[in-house]
Ligand binder design. Structure first.
Ligand SMILES: NC(=O)c1ccc[n+]([C@@H]2O[C@H](COP(=O)([O-])OP(=O)(O)OC[C@H]3O[C@@H](n4cnc5c(N)ncnc54)[C@H](OP(=O)(O)O)[C@@H]3O)[C@@H](O)[C@H]2O)c1
Length: 434
């Protein structure tokens, strides 16, 4: 049986999962393809200390990725290093050597994907990036092929497993954020510096890619409003439950008449909605189309094996394309900003909002806050207060009827200056229309 030859750069979580699948599942992969995928070279900084699957005991090992890209036998390079430094050089070298590339790198693709893809097309090679978003969910294939005939009107995702684990555990066990961050680090879900997850950067890179694929727009990270989960506390879940809602880090892209609203932010979502059922480190993407209406995709967003499956499946697709002499012709990113749905500021959106306060108790507080809301033409809907004995740090919640994000921001800025506020009010949108 004939072969297509692969070089793997990066033998960490994803690289080792990919190698394990390529070794253990080799016969099944070959039966599906009609030819073998052969690992010819592997690279990592500490490659000589890595234990490789028995089947790859004799492959060429190096600490220098250039030797993999330039290796005369390697036809596809798997870039599984991550980041935007070395990974970007690997792409440059692969394009120069006319080698196809499979990557799991959301950060690089979000920052420079359209430009890299254009260069790859000009060089007549193939690229694939399924593993870069929602590791084990084949969402790129869905958006590029499965439902590409539809006109997507909205996409909502839970794209960061660490945040989802923290929020769902906070909901169940009433544990504060910092303790849950430490627990996630012990369990290996969160990095030593958890900022990329907790502050929303990781989810934002993923939304750049999904929104680009779903809407055929060029999206950059700065087009997306981003707010992390640092201010969410167990108390917010108590109030959310009273409203029959829960709280998730929601990644959203929604088509309005003026353009696309894009956000990564904690939001209240109805407890009855399918997104609220996404627990722990799972990911999910919910796509709404003008014709096909709702489709929902669910699975592991990370992990050596789920992400490894995405990498191996991409290697299979690219290998097939190489064998059939079919270089990439159409970028998954729009070639230019189409103008159909350019990103517009999130301040244009209208939503109901949940506003949580912590105040020093004294008479007249609600009247004062209601006055500020009225001055911005915002209608108060409900006031909620859990029983509480601490008069110097009293929490309560006001919900308001749908209003513009700009009005809520103006109101919250004014309220934050009041002398009875213990901290700036926390305003979260209520995504009731999911
Ligand atoms: N982890 C997941 O579940 C997951 C899910 C989806 C996507 N991704 C993406 O997959 C990519 C890899 O993530 P990961 O979690 O596997 O990372 P990781 O565990 O940190 O592995 C990175 C690998 O790259 C190697 N490396 C780093 N710099 C290198 C250099 N200059 N030359 C050669 N090798 C180098 C490291 O070598 P040493 O081991 O020798 O230090 C290591 O083997 C990232 O883009 C990430 O965003 C990860």
């Amino acid at each position: 049986m004939d072969e297509v030859k692969v070089g793997i750069v990066g033998l960490g979580n994803v690289g080792s999962g990919t190698l394990a699948i390529l070794a253990e599942n080799a016969d099944s992969i070959a039966r599906k393809l009609g030819f073998r995928l052969k690992v010819t070279a592997v690279c990592s900084r500490s490659v000589h200390t890595k234990k490789l699957p028995e089947a790859f005991a004799d492959v060429f090992r190096t600490t220098d990725w250039r030797e993999v890209v330039a290796h005369p036998d390697v036809q596809i390079v798997a870039e599984l290093v991550g980041g935007t430094g070395v990974a970007s050089e690997i792409f440059d070298a692969a394009i120069a050597h006319r080698k196809s590339v499979v990557t799991a790198n959301k950060e690089l693709m979000a920052a420079c994907g359209p430009e890299i893809w254009d260069r790859a097309i000009r060089a007549g090679i193939n690229l694939a990036m399924e593993a870069s978003v929602c590791g084990g969910i084949p969402i790129h294939a869905v958006l590029r092929e499965g439902i590409s005939g539809d006109r997507v009107t909205a996409l909502y995702g839970i794209l960061n497993g660490t945040c989802n684990y923290i929020l769902t555990e906070m909901e169940k066990r009433h544990i504060p954020l910092q303790e849950l961050i430490e627990e996630s680090q012990r369990l290996g879900f969160a990095e030593a510096d958890p900022s990329a997850d907790i502050d929303g950067y990781d989810a934002r890179s993923k939304l750049v890619l999904l929104a680009a694929l779903a809407f055929g727009e060029k999206i950059t990270p700065s087009d997306i409003f981003m707010e992390g989960i640092r201010r969410i506390s167990p108390l917010d879940f108590q109030y959310a439950r009273q409203l029959n809602h829960t709280i998730r880090l929601v990644c959203g892209a929604r088509r309005l008449p003026d353009g696309l609203i894009l956000f990564v932010r904690p939001a209240l979502i109805p407890s009855s909605t399918i997104l609220a059922g996404v627990q722990g480190a799972y990911n999910a993407v919910w796509v709404k189309g003008q014709y096909g209406e709702d489709t929902f995709y669910y699975g592991w967003g990370a992990g050596a094996h789920p992400t490894g499956v995405a990498v191996v499946s991409d290697l299979m697709r690219v290998a097939r394309e190489i064998r059939s002499g079919s270089p990439e012709r159409v970028s998954p990113f729009a070639h230019e900003r189409l103008g159909d749905s350019p990103p517009v500021p999130v301040t244009l959106q209208k939503r109901a909002y949940y506003i949580r306060y912590r105040v020093e108790d004294r008479p007249g507080i609600i009247a004062k806050l209601a006055g500020i809301l009225a001055s911005k033409h915002i209608s108060l809907e409900a006031v909620l207060q859990e029983p509480c004995t601490t008069k110097d740090d009293l929490p309560f919640v006001i919900t308001v009827e749908p209003t513009s994000e700009q009005s809520i921001r103006d109101a919250v800025d004014e309220m934050a200056k009041l002398d009875f506020m213990r901290e700036a009010p926390l305003a979260l949108p209520m995504e009731t229309a999911l």
